[in-house]
Design a protein around this ligand. Structure first.
Ligand code: FES
Length: 118
């Protein structure tokens, strides 16, 4: 699987300059002009960006900054909406647990929402 797998090429779209972001401790290629969510989606089939305080998985839902399901820790700042934060070179992104503890998922999770929205 490559970082370019889910990104459009051509179709009248121009990609910004390549940058490196660190996601869960690993460097990844991203492009200026794309959101943190896009950078995460480009390289991950199981887009779990956070867990609630009760441990329920959350991913992208609205993709436009309204639902707050995509909260991640960016450069140490928890509660950053991945869908409306733009990548920059050297940015450090960690998935978020509860109200702001970064965590590194160890494997694929299953299960649906428990209704815990925290
Ligand atoms: S996906 Fe809804 S706020 Fe980001």
């Amino acid at each position: 699987m490559t970082a370019r797998r889910h990104r459009l090429a051509g179709h009248g779209l121009e990609r910004g300059p390549e940058v490196t972001v660190v996601v869960d401790g690993r460097p990844r290629t991203a492009y200026l002009g794309e959101s943190v969510a896009a950078a995460l989606m480009a390289d991950d089939d199981d887009l779990e960006v956070r867990t609630t305080s009760g441990g329920a998985p959350r991913g992208l839902f609205c993709g436009m900054g309204a639902c707050f399901d995509c909260l991640v820790v960016v450069d140490g700042i928890p509660g950053t909406r991945a869908c409306v934060a733009w990548v920059r070179d050297g940015m450090v992104v960690d998935r978020q647990q509860g109200r702001g503890i970064p965590y590194r998922p160890t494997g694929r999770r299953s299960g649906a929402s428990t209704g815990d929205d925290s």
